[in-house]
Design a protein around this ligand. Structure first.
Ligand code: PMP
Length: 396
């Protein structure tokens, strides 16, 4: 049967084998501790659900403008002005079917075959595939733990060629759990001055920052940064709305128009009653619901990192954002644990699951084979249990 080259070149998710095996074990009644979650373990706050129900009841059940209803784009523009100091008109905003769709659409809108996109490790697994689906090539830059896995301005400067069309910045970061400081982002912005390079700034974990971490939008750093940045955000993580599929991009008018044109043929508008719920999400009562979730994540992240660092041969920076710990476990590579030789993060994840019933995500598909990702979108009780098992397993 003929399958397009484009589709054939998209690999199955490298993490799927571990996830599928964890599910299989669970179905058999094995008590698996799961650190794989990419979604907050909180329900969507009631006032957001109520707004969706109310919208349904008054008949908000038909098509809308492809880029989203003007009321929602206005509410997003207000949010960006009030919270982030950014001036975008509603025309400069497109509401998409989740942040993931924003990534895809932004790349389809600005990239051509032959273009290069600078992608620092660790990266979210969707980015390289979206880059390749646009015909472009990822230029992967290896970062190191001594710089908390952040790209250095000198690395960026070296990586830029005539073909560079975009740089991807994701802060707070999945899977790294780190957040760039405003000064670090400024230094990156300065390297880009005088180039034609876009920045796709994925800010979807904006609300989940810890300790004295400060969040700034890349586009707010300078006029130059504003003119080249596509600001990507969404409702999934901040409002615990992963299943609603609502994201957005704000940026230069021409780019947003191009994304809207693509969207009008690909999907049409995001779900209509969901858009009304999204307006409610951005309203006042949101503040407390977000803060409660953030505080709980902060407590768990701190505990998880402390515990991981106390395990022999494991190094983990304390997360400053998102809900992931990304420890380096490579000092255990080359060891034989219970008859299994651990030669990398895939072996590590597989053996830990089989032998100690703890599911985590190998770092290889994020571009960092020395690491593994543990999500703390689960209860403290589960975290304690899972880390007890991990510690015992590695102590053998
Ligand atoms: N960006 C990053 C870095 C993510 O981790 C995710 C979700 N895993 C997304 C974007 C997209 O989220 P959604 O499509 O649910 O809005």
């Amino acid at each position: 049967m003929k399958i397009s080259k484009r589709a054939k070149d998209v690999p199955p998710s490298a993490t799927i084998a571990v996830t599928a095996r964890a599910q299989e074990l669970k179905a058999r009644g094995v008590d698996v501790v799961g650190f794989g979650a990419g979604a907050p373990d909180f329900d969507t706050p009631d006032y957001i659900k109520d707004a969706a129900v109310a919208a349904l009841k008054v008949g908000k059940t038909k098509y809308t403008a492809a880029a989203g209803i003007i009321e929602l784009r206005t509410a997003i523009a207000d949010k960006l002005r009030k919270e982030n100091g950014l001036e975008y008109s509603p025309d400069q905003i497109v509401v998409t079917i989740g942040g993931k769709h924003s990534v895809y659409e932004a790349m389809q809108a600005v990239l051509d075959p032959g273009d290069e996109v600078i992608l620092p490790t660790p990266y979210w697994v969707t980015y390289p595939e979206a880059i390749k689906l646009a015909g472009a090539t990822p230029t992967i830059i290896q970062t190191d733990k001594n710089n908390s896995y952040k790209i250095r301005p000198s690395q960026l400067r070296k990586a830029i060629t005539k073909k560079t069309a975009m740089v991807l910045i994701n802060s707070p970061n999945n899977p790294g759990g780190f957040t760039y400081t405003p000064e670090e982002l400024k230094a990156i912005a300065e390297v880009l001055e005088g180039t034609n390079v876009y920045v796709l700034s994925d800010e979807i974990y904006e609300k989940l920052i810890y300790g004295d971490t400060r969040f700034v939008c890349f586009a707010s750093l300078s006029e130059d940064a504003y003119s080249r940045t596509l600001t990507l955000n969404g409702f999934s993580k901040a409002f615990s709305m992963t299943g609603w599929r609502l994201g957005y991009t704000a940026g230069p008018l021409e780019v947003i128009k191009a994304m809207g044109r693509l969207q009008s043929h690909m999907t049409s508008n995001p779900v209509t009653f969901g858009q009304y719920a999204a307006i409610a999400a951005l309203g006042e009562p949101a503040e407390q619901a977000i803060e409660n979730m953030r505080v709980e994540f902060e407590r768990r992240g701190k505990y998880m990192a402390e515990r991981l660092n106390s395990v022999k041969g494991v190094q983990c920076p304390e997360p400053t954002g998102a809900f992931y710990c990304f420890p380096d476990v490579s000092s255990h590579y080359g060891r034989n644990i219970n008859g299994t030789t651990i030669n990398g993060s895939m072996d590590f994840a597989k053996a830990l699951l089989e032998q100690a019933n703890v599911a985590l995500v190998p770092g290889l598909p994020f571009g960092c084979d020395n690491n593994v990702r543990l999500s703390f979108a689960c209860s403290l009780e589960q975290i304690t249990k899972g880390l007890d098992r991990l510690e015992k397993w590695l102590a053998q």
